[in-house]
Write a protein that binds this ligand. Sequence first.
Ligand SMILES: [Zn+2]
Length: 331
Amino acid sequence: MKLHYYNNCVFCGSKRLVKSSIQKYKHNFYTKAISSDFEISNKLFSRMKIYECKNCYSIQNNPWFSFEDSFKIFNHIYGQHNRSWQNLLNFFIKDIKPDHGNIYKIIKKNLNVKKYAEFNSPFTGLMINYFDDEYKVNLNLRKGFFNATLNYLTARQVVNLSKNKKKERNKKAIEYLRYIKNFKDKYYRNKISKFLLVDNSNLTWVYNDNYKSVNSKVIASKMFDMKIINLYDEKVFNYFDLFGIFHTLDHTHQPKKILDFALNNSKIVIIYCHVNRNIEKQHLFSLTEKFKVYLKKRKIFFYDVTNKINKRYMTAENYIICSKKKFNLNI
Ligand SMILES: [Zn+2]
């Protein structure tokens, strides 16, 4: 297997990359799967060295997997984004929301959100919180809605079935769709407009991010009435009140472009990211705590709310609320 050389900083494009003094690595669940499916040796992993960018302070592996192999990692080897789906199932089956501490409350206190956008992954941020606010329903009703949507989408998969089976499925699909419509008509209120901006990067889960053969973005668009917009297609953009980037800024080859897009098109941007300096080999790059120094240099206003949101379980990660314009955040 041929590795690809990323000689400029993947985040900001700077050439000021300095080799890190610590180069040891450990295998984990992901690298073990990559190693076995690609049939590659530990020697190849040890060729990937860790560098720090002296401009934006992100760290990256170089060389690393090519664009083509990244696609295979995120669509063949672990095509299903486990954590993201788990968030959805936890909420609709067990009544547990994703844990972002009280960041949603803080946002509600400070900002009147009419248009909300997220980047690339539909269940890792606040979409579930917005749904919960829009539909004040008990767990049974919520479960019913989730199952009806999942069943509707699978009922529309009819390839290779007999005529009778196709007829049967069509009947079912119509029933499920009626259920979904009734549920929305009855319980939907306080509408906000929701958008998922996607770049379909080879560093993110796209085509095989499925549960029971239904794709995450497809079910999200149906359940949340969320518009899915390709970042590179749309010429006229909406101006968003809030833009959430939840664990997805390090899952694109164009992170700076995404962040700049979010800042230029929204009042407030939330960045939730790993800041682990011991970057693991399944990641091309990671931001660090010092990313805030870079934001300051770029005159981007921000609040680091990591230690203010009372999150139950915290790893090496940051929650940054930022904007191009000065703003007050009441915590
Ligand atoms: Zn950089």
